[in-house]
Design a protein around this ligand. Structure first.
Ligand code: ADP
Ligand code: ASP
Ligand code: MG
Length: 412
């Protein structure tokens, strides 16, 4: 039998009624002759609640116990989905990550999937089971501990299963009907894309567009998984939603194809750092060890052997970063005057493969923000993206203004 992977996100399994609606969609595919692997997220809001419990109990928590707690939301929906399917006379059972097993690294809270041996589930399909419902977002480490794959990780579970089982397609059911030029909740003029290139989606995801987890796009690109994003709230045809595919499959595209944002960013500056060879390694090595994901970095020109070093990271990692930097100061490894933390910034980025061969994109972005009176605090660029940090209060305005300036509401 051909295998299909169907993933349902948090809003799509938020209530028992929605689980029923999702199960009916699964039933339609089973009736077409597929063996289906269903990946479920926790009910909407559950994971946030569990993360809150952990932080309140232990601010600088043990990541192994964090994973034990926050992975549990998916166990509930997996069991409920299997029960719902059984009520519809569809032979189904649930699997937690460790039962499959979804083997991951031991990087708790952001583990990577290493292998998914398909034998156990295939044996059940051979016995007549039609649907394997798997709890997304979780796996098991070589030490036998429960791991999670980072927020939004069920997308990655889904793509990894599609690759491991050679599925015909991986359908990601969510609360929007596809991938848009930007988040439709922020820019009402956002346009739904019929197709988007892996590389562009990869940039959009890594720059904050949470419609797909970055790692899921990486895996789909590497293993040539046919990946589709569509709504779980509408009746669906085989052509619904947005297909993530190779660049060659897209005939025409705009120079800039999308705008992404990341709301909760912080900017930290070490003033008057004693400059010397190895100073960057001395600062950023320990930050990485402390689990801080540093994003943008700027080092100013030195004057009299002193320089300023600015970097950005997610706001929820500021406490860890401050602790690591204070430790550096105390140990004498890094000599600086003051540390300034601005935790009210956001990152706005434009992405497009066309930027490779078009000049003037950066100046247009900067002029657009200037015309709106928005100050740019940090800039970074790469071949197909341009990112800026701005005050968080201007986030919506910046996204909408850039969407207008690059005329993303119009197809190429
Ligand atoms: P799920 O719970 O189904 O995984 P998510 O909330 O993780 O859903 O992702 C879907 C959300 O992603 C949408 O509701 C939308 O607000 C947001 N989003 C951000 N950027 C985009 C984009 N470019 N296209 C579509 N949705 C986007
Ligand atoms: N429930 C997890 C989260 O909210 C995983 C997911 O939904 O993809 O991050
Ligand atoms: Mg998600």
């Amino acid at each position: 039998m051909p295998i299909l992977v169907m993933k349902f996100g948090g809003t799509s399994v938020a209530t028992l009624d929605r689980i029923k609606r999702a199960a009916k969609r699964v039933g339609v595919e089973v009736a077409k002759g597929y063996d289906v692997i269903v990946i479920v997220s926790a009910m909407a809001g559950e994971t946030n609640k569990l993360v809150g419990y952990v932080s309140e109990t232990s601010p600088l928590f043990d990541a192994r116990e964090y994973d034990a707690v926050v992975s549990s939301g998916e166990n509930v929906t997996a069991g409920l989905m299997a029960l719902t399917l059984q009520e519809m006379d569809v032979p189904a059972r649930s699997w937690q990550g460790w039962q499959v097993p979804v083997q991951t690294t031991s990087a708790h809270a952001s583990a990577r999937i290493e292998d998914i041996p398909p034998a156990n589930i295939l044996a059940k399909f051979d016995e007549g089971m039609k649907v394997a419902v798997v709890a997304g977002f979780q796996g098991v480490s070589p030490e036998g501990r429960i791991t999670t794959l980072g927020r939004g990780g069920s997308d990655t579970t889904a793509v990894a299963f599609a690759a491991a089982f050679g599925a015909e397609r991986c359908d990601i059911y969510t609360d929007v009907d596809g991938i848009y030029t930007t988040d439709p909740r922020i820019a009402p003029k956002a346009r739904k894309l019929e197709k988007i290139a892996f590389e562009e989606m990869l940039e959009l995801a890594s720059l904050g567009a949470k419609v797909l987890q970055t790692r899921s796009v990486e895996l789909a690109m590497r293993y040539k998984v046919k990946l589709r994003v569509l709504s779980s709230f509408e009746e669906q045809s085989d052509e619904a939603g947005t297909l993530v595919c190779d660049e060659e499959e897209i005939m025409e595209s705009n120079v800039v194809s999308g705008v992404a944002y990341s709301r909760d960013e912080a900017k930290m500056t070490l003033f008057s750092v004693a400059d010397r060879p190895g100073i960057a390694a001395a600062i950023f090595g320990p930050l990485a060890e402390a689990g801080v994901n540093v994003d943008m970095i700027i080092q100013n020109i030195s004057e009299d052997g002193r320089t300023d070093m600015t970097f950005s990271c997610p706001t929820d990692q500021v406490a860890r970063a401050e602790k690591a930097i204070e430790a550096l100061k105390d140990s004498g490894d890094v000599n600086f005057a003051t540390l300034d933390v601005d935790d009210s910034v956001a990152k706005v980025s434009i992405v497009g493969i066309g930027m490779r061969s078009h000049a003037g994109v950066a100046s247009k972005m900067f002029a657009t923000l200037r015309d709106e009176g928005i100050n740019i605090k940090v800039i970074t660029t790469s071949e197909i993206k341009l990112s800026v940090l701005v005050d968080r209060k201007y986030l919506e305005l910046a996204v909408q203004a850039l969407h207008d300036a690059f005329e993303l509401e119009k197809a190429a």
